[in-house]
Design a protein around this ligand. Sequence first.
Ligand code: ADP
Ligand code: ADP
Length: 231
Amino acid sequence: MTELELRDLRKTYSARGRPSVDAVRGIDLTLRSGELLGLLGPSGCGKSTTLRMIAGLETVTGGDILVDGSSVIARPAQQRNIGVAFENYALYPPLTVAENLAFGLKARRRAERGDVDHKVKEIAERVDLTAILDARPAGLSSGQKQRVSLARALIREPDVLLLDEPLSHLDAAQRDTTRRELKRIQKDLGHTTILVTHDQEEALSLADRIAVMKDGVIQQLGTPYEIYDSP
Ligand code: ADP
Ligand code: ADP
């Protein structure tokens, strides 16, 4: 059970010879344990930057990130126990789907061999990857890659799950199935989750609360009912 807290979180990108960009300008947010927060907002408003800072893939310019009350900003990504499924967070091309899934577990030295095989099978069944476990990423459709990314994030049983448009490349039927499965997994395992989405239906069906970001800040925060019913 894990609480995630962002305190005045900030990110300014500065590169020599270019104007600096205030991508995230002070986010305060507390996710209670097991909560799924939908993060919405126009392209460029700072959603991905926020997720990358939480995951440890981007340095923090200011503020703090607390997991169960402890600051994690000094910890490298591998020591944060945060599962990510990002579009540009690539699968390893030389490895099969099964090996890609197993890799995350082995890297953390958490599991025995038989246990790894069992977990790979279990998660593959949940997100419909059984038929392509021996395939390599290059041969997969973007929807299949997306499901592998999701499985890779879930298999580590992370405390916190960060999903950036996890269903965007799936067709309508698969999106339905995967959404339902995601909901079940999240209920079963109780991950504290942030899900970036443009899809209102996805947000409505999955999120406990919705945060709407604009220009690097959270403009609105509430239940899906409050957000979508407000004038
Ligand atoms: P979103 O995920 O909501 O589309 P991003 O977090 O990707 O937004 O981007 C927020 C802002 O930060 C945008 O103006 C974007 O161009 C800028 N940005 C993102 N990544 C970088 C980077 N590595 N260097 C400079 N600017 C960046
Ligand atoms: P997304 O919608 O996935 O956030 P972006 O276009 O914002 O897509 O970012 C894609 C990649 O390009 C990211 O790795 C981000 O860090 C980088 N990026 C985005 N904007 C800039 C920028 N202005 N300067 C440099 N890198 C950027």
